[in-house]
Structures are given as C-alpha cells and as structure tokens.
Write a protein that binds this ligand. Structure first.
Ligand code: ACM
Ligand code: ZN
Length: 750
C-alpha cells in the first residue's frame, strides 16, 4: 500500500502542474473550464434511466477504492457528504461514443453501454490529488468517439505460452486504452495452445516441444528443457467472458496451412510426407505444412473450427495463411492431383483454393475470415478481410479490391521489434521506436475517399519468439501500446507528438501504479554516427531534460569529458558515453562505439543502386562510417540492405592514393533471407569516368559477417565496388522462390 501511495504522490505532481488533459488516448472534443469539482470521499452513482451492468462501473470503482480510498454508495442518506455521478443511457449515441460533463456540483456521463465504459476509463485518468490529499477533477465537457472501428492488439501464445492470469492482465491494459479487439494467436509450429476435444493429441503432443532455441536465431544453442502449455476450453470461455465484460472482442487465430508443425506432429496424416514430425524447437519458417490435396485435411480444419467458433463468439475468425512454403505441395502427388482436378495453375492457386474452401465453411456458420496478406496471392477469398503485415501494400491492394483491411505493418506496428538502438536483450527484426509508432497513419495516401472506408483500423502485434516471460512482454508493450491507442482512437488532427511526449511521464507513473514494466528507451542516450563536414562524428542525444551527457575515449581510460557537440572521429578509437544527474551520478548504462578507420572512412560515397527503405542506414555514408558490424546479427542502422538488387558504390578518396587492399563487408543469415553476394567486382579510376577492373571474387571469408577481400597495387582516386545479388532463394531454404537480400555494412580501403 505504501508503494501505491508514493506512486500517487508522483502522479499528483505531474497532474497538478500540467493544466492540460492527461488522458490517453486523447479524447476527440475537450472543453475544459478553469475550476475544479472537489470529489468527496464518498461517491454515489445515480442511474437516470436504468441501471447499467456491474461490469461497466467495476474497474472505475475498484480504481477509486484501491488508489484513492473512496467509498462507493448506491444510496447516500440525507446528511452524508458525497459526490454524485449521474449515468444516462443514450440510445441515440453511436456505439462507443460518450460524453462526460463535469459541473460545479456533479458529474454526468452519457452514452451506450460501451460508451459509458469508455467514459469511466477517461474519468479515472482525470482525477487529481491535491497537496492536502483531497481529490478534485477539472470542470468541463468531453465528447469522445473512436476514429477506427477496429482497434487491435495481438499476442502470440504459440512461441511462448502465457497463462490465463497474464492474458487477463493484457486484456485490462487493452480496455484501459480503449482497444476493442484482442487477436489471440493460438497455434504455431512451436506449440498448439488450444484444447480441441475431437483431437486430443493436439494438446497431448502438440502443446510440448522437447527444447527451445536459447541462442541467437541461426545458432545451435538449445536449452534442453521441455516446454509445454495450452488453454483448456473452460479457460478460454473464462477469458472470452472477461474480455466481453470489457467490451473487447477476442479473435482466435488458427494459423493454416503453414505454421502447423505442432498439428502435424500430433496427427502426421495431415502432412504431405506423413512424417514423422516433431514440434519445432527453433524459430523461422519450415517447409512442412498441411496437405492441401487430401480431403481429410479439410475435415480436420472444419472440425477444429467448429469447436473454435463454439468457444469464440467473434464475427471474425483468423485463419492465418502466412508464410506457407509451397515446396511440399510441389512434390506431393495428392496436392498435384488436386491442382489438376481443380484446374489450378500453380501452388499459389492451390493456397487460394485452400483458403477459399475454408472461408466458405466459416461463412456457412455466419462468420467471416481474416487472413494475413499472403491470402491475396493466387486470388482473394470473396469475403476475406486482409491483415497487412508485410508493409502496407497488402492493405492497400485489399482496399482497392473493395475488401476490408486491418493495418499491422511490421514497421512500425510489430512491437516485438526493438525500440532502442541500445537494446541489450535479443529482439526481432527492425527498429520501431516510440515516435515512429505514434506517427503511424493507417490510411495510406494513395487510397481514394471511397477506398479509405475499407481500412477498418490498425493493430499492434506481439510475436513471442524472444519474449519468454511477462516482464519482457511489458517492456516491449509500454509505452508503445499507449502511443498506438492514440493512432487508432483519436481524430487524426488531434494526434500531437509533442503533447504525447508531455504526457509520457504521467503514463510512466500509471505503469508503476499497475506494477507493470515498461521501457525507458525514449529517455535513453541515443547515439548515432553522422557525416559532418569534417568527416565522421559521433552524435549523442537524450530527451532526458535533467541528464547531462559525458563521454570518454577508450574503455581503459577513466577521464570523462562533458559532451557539447558531435565528437569528430579522426582515428580508430572506441568511444563511450553515459548520462549523469546534476550530482554527477551516472543514471544510464554506458553506450560504446568502436570506430575502425581506413582510407575510405568519411569519404564521399555514392550508391547507384537503391537500398530498401527498411534497411537504408544513414544512406550511402553507412558504408564508410568507420562502423563494422561484428555482432553476427542485424542491427538495421549499421547496414544497407538490397532486396533482389545488386549493390554498386563509388568512393571518392579526394586525391590520388596508393591502394593495396579493398574489402567489402557483407552479411549472411539465410534463415532471414539474407544471402552472400554471388560475386564482387572491384574497379579503380583516376578521373571518376573511366573505371578499370581490378578483379572479381566469388567467395568471402568468415561466417555471417563475411569479408570479400582483394589485394592490388593501384594508384587511383576513385574505387567502385559492384556486388551481385545472390538471386532467388533456392528450394529447400526458408523463403524459397523469393528475392534474397544483400546486406553490407562497410567498404574498407587500405
Ligand atoms: C507474420 O508475421 N508472419 C504474420
Ligand atoms: Zn500434399
């Protein structure tokens, strides 16, 4: 209790100082008056035109009684000092819309039941505590309604399992932020997590894997520990009820035909090769998927979906459809026969046939399917809603075909991707910092007014490969989920990053009150390597207004200096930096950067082929910034990434130089579709016009971080490097048939 109270005091400081509204997501229409309505220690709720169910007022009452020790009374006797909240059901309000009026005597809340529920989420955030601990609330009127009808958060319970108590916590967080859909990813290669009565082996066998990858993806380090978990049907009913009470629809995802290895391990007849199969122990995509030729597969899917639809009242049932490699289907006689019989041109059409057949079944039960954007390939099922994850293209394509779409692009809405460049735990993929999430716009500019209507909303996804415990999950979730709530709820013109930044400390105090973890990354020291007019420089920034930046040169040196402007880097050196408080104590962890300089470092460079926008580092300069990736993992800021393209770079050394060695630094991680270049050619020139081939090499040294080195004896001013893309990903590999990526972090000239 003591801890809670301290939290309150902090909360007070922020709220009382700031005259603005400290509510997330920011309401649509706010009209505040100068004065405050004092809140008494007793509050009564008075129903103007009929009582609303208990679940609507419950979280507000609980918050007031635990946090502020306020007593609720249905009836107040004549002499008692109390405040009154009037509740008025308004059938003419839109769904989820509400109004709060805070006058000088009492409070009136109006709306439909879901609107009244949301009004309480807002009202709870408006209560302030004065110095004498009395409660008050700013007078005024709030009229509020959501921008999007679909406001979602997803959770992958397949890679790691989260028990019901945590799922309920997650739902509480969603409800507070006015999200209305919880997308529960229940089946995966790594574990089948939902009890199905007709197929008991799905959980007897499929809910356990023998061990789990413990090292970085692509490593062969496993923990050797059996990992299990599933939800019983009774638990699922309990979760659905819990969510429904909070106006959250639960969308189950049964991911088919790919990501089904746990089902195949349970019932090998479902696969093309008939096994044996084993529940997956590492991450990524693997080739064994449901056999689309065998009618018994469809019977299985229908029987599973029967139980799923019985458990989940959701209009939408998510059937996945993502990342289903076609190589088993290509060689499976049953699949090939099906393609012939159904006149299907290729395996993409077979996938489309599969999804459409399942859709027909789901539609026959009065429900609709959602699928990941791969369901666009080979032809969209007639009534399907598309969840756009591989960027926004899928969502745009769906809307242009008059299909509903939900936007959940990896950048920036995969909240399992890192939010800081200083991340010291393993996270997946790219870099999705808070501000990028906040500024995401779900309605793409290329959509017409008519097409815009098909964008139902957006969703944050939380994949759990590298989220094995609840603490890590909350760290990845907050504050980015709070930022997203404003993207999907608040009117576009109300979205204001500066004001969200102002409210961030208030949110942090709230997370603390909840006992929830969160990331402080926004206030971390943010280093970047920049190109200055003098060459390479190390720039350090922080949003922490109370912090001062200090730095030192070399890990062995202890003398620190105050940082005032970007530090020029003139030689190979390791620099370190940290934040200190006014009393000189260090309040952040140290960040370090090693620079390895050579003749090319900081020189003028042009890249004539275009890197992909997701991996464009700090432009062409990335290749001569003195920073070499030695981590064996992708740090997106350090690389240029080319999807299907070659890399051509020209470096101007300023003057004629004697060259002995040129090295292209490349990267390979085939599981992530990143391949070594097929060949690298090096050229020299004295005038930047005529280039002479120095030589071409076809293989690099090292593993993961690869070096393509050529020795020479040349005098020139310009060097051109041409790295040829590996090409299409070969059969049997993850992503087979797709364009491969070429990654480079540095070109070294000695
Ligand atoms: C996905 O991230 N495979 C939908
Ligand atoms: Zn097959």
């Amino acid at each position: 209790m003591k801890k809670l109270f301290l939290g309150c005091l902090l909360f007070v400081c922020y709220t009382v100082q700031a005259q603005e509204l400290n509510v997330v997501p920011m309401p649509a229409e706010v009209e505040l008056k100068a004065g405050f309505l004092p809140l008494k220690q007793k509050i009564s709720i008075h129903y103007i035109n009929g009582k609303v169910p208990e679940n609507i007022t419950q979280s507000f009452k609980k918050m007031l009684s635990t946090r502020y020790k306020v007593i609720f009374k249905e009836k107040i006797t004549g002499k008692e000092e109390s405040s009154t909240i009037y509740i008025e059901l308004k059938k003419d309000f839109k769904s989820e819309e509400y109004k709060i009026y805070i006058g000088d005597r009492d409070i009136t809340i109006s709306g439909n039941e879901n609107g009244i529920f949301y009004a309480f989420q807002t009202l709870g955030q408006m209560i302030m505590v004065d110095k004498d601990r009395s409660l008050k609330i700013r007078m005024g009127t709030i009229k509020d309604y959501p921008r999007f009808t679909y406001r979602g958060m997803h959770l992958d319970a397949g890679r790691h399992f989260f028990p019901v108590s945590y799922i309920k916590k997650y739902i509480d967080y969603l409800a507070f932020h006015k999200f209305n859909n919880f997308h529960w990813h229940l089946t995966e290669d790594q574990g089948w997590r939902i009890e199905i009565m007709k197929y008991p082996k799905l959980t007897e066998v499929g809910s356990c894997r023998a061990q789990t990858l413990s090292g970085r993806y692509g490593s062969d380090k496993y923990d050797g520990k059996k990992y299990c978990g599933f939800y019983t049907q009774a638990e699922i009913r309990d979760v659905v009820k819990y969510a429904t009470d909070r106006f959250i629809n639960v969308i189950p995802e049964i991911d088919i035909p790919g990501h089904t290895l746990a089902a195949l391990a349970s019932y090998p007849y479902l696969g093309c090769t008939k096994g044996p199969y084993k529940v997956m122990e590492t991450w990524g995509v693997q080739p064994d998927i449901l056999c689309a030729g065998n009618d018994s597969t469809y019977t299985f899917v229908q029987n599973v979906l029967d139980e799923v639809m019985d458990l989940f009242p959701s209009k939408y049932i998510h059937i996945g459809g993502d990342e289903a490699p076609k190589e088993r289907w290509e060689t499976c006689p049953v699949c090939q026969k099906k393609m012939k019989n159904e006149n299907l041109k290729d395996e993409h059409n077979l996938q489309s046939y599969f999804i459409q057949r399942v859709e027909k079944y789901v539609n026959s039960k009065g429900r609709q399917i959602i699928g990941w954007d791969e369901i666009l390939e080979g032809g969209l099922a007639p009534n399907a809603t598309v969840m756009s994850w591989r960027g926004v293209k899928g969502g745009i394509a769906a809307a242009k075909q008059n299909h509903f779409a939900i936007m959940t692009p990896e950048t920036p809405l995969y909240l399992n991707h890192t939010q800081t460049k200083n991340e010291d735990s393993i996270t997946q993929g790219g870099y999705n910092p808070l501000e990028l999430v906040y500024n995401y716009e779900p309605v793409a500019a290329e959509l017409t007014k008519e097409e815009e209507k098909y964008i139902l909303g957006a969703q944050g996804n939380m994949w759990s490969e590298y989220i094995s415990n609840w603490g890590k999950l909350e760290y990845m979730l907050f504050p980015r989920m709070s930022a997203l709530s404003e993207v999907v709820w608040s009117p576009k013109q109300k979205r204001n990053w500066k004001d969200f930044e102002r409210r961030l400390p208030v949110l942090f105090e709230l997370y603390k009150l909840w006992g929830a973890g969160y990331s402080n990354a926004f206030y971390d020291l943010q280093p970047s390597v920049i190109q200055s007019d003098k060459g390479i420089a190390w720039k350090l920034e922080t949003k922490n207004k109370n912090g001062k930046i200090i730095y030192l040169t070399g890990r062995e040196n202890s003398a620190t200096f105050d940082y005032t402007s970007p530090l020029p880097v003139k030689r190979s050196v390791t620099l370190g930096a940290a934040l200190t408080a006014a009393d000189h104590t260090i309040i952040s962890s140290w960040v370090w950067q090693e620079f390895i300089l050579n003749k090319a470092s900081g020189k003028k460079i042009t890249v004539t082929t275009k890197p992909n926008t997701s991996y464009s580092g700090s432009g062409a300069f990335t290749l001569v910034d003195g920073v070499q990736n030695k981590m064996g993992m992708v740090r997106s800021a350090q690389f240029l990434g080319f999807n299907g393209n070659d890399l051509e770079a020209i470096i101007d050394l300023d003057s004629l130089q004697e060259i002995k060695e040129i090295i292209l630094h490349a990267f390979e991680q085939t599981g992530s579709w990143i391949y070594r270049p097929a060949s690298v050619a090096f050229y020299s020139s004295v005038d930047g016009k005529d280039f002479k081939l120095i030589g071409e090499i076809v293989s690099g040294t090292g593993s993961k971080n690869l070096l393509y080195t050529i020795n020479t004896s040349t005098t020139c001013r310009y060097i051109k490097v041409f790295a040829k893309n590996y090409g299409v990903i070969p059969a049997g590999k993850q992503g087979a048939g797709n364009k491969s990526w070429l990654f480079s972090d540095e070109i070294e000239i000695n």
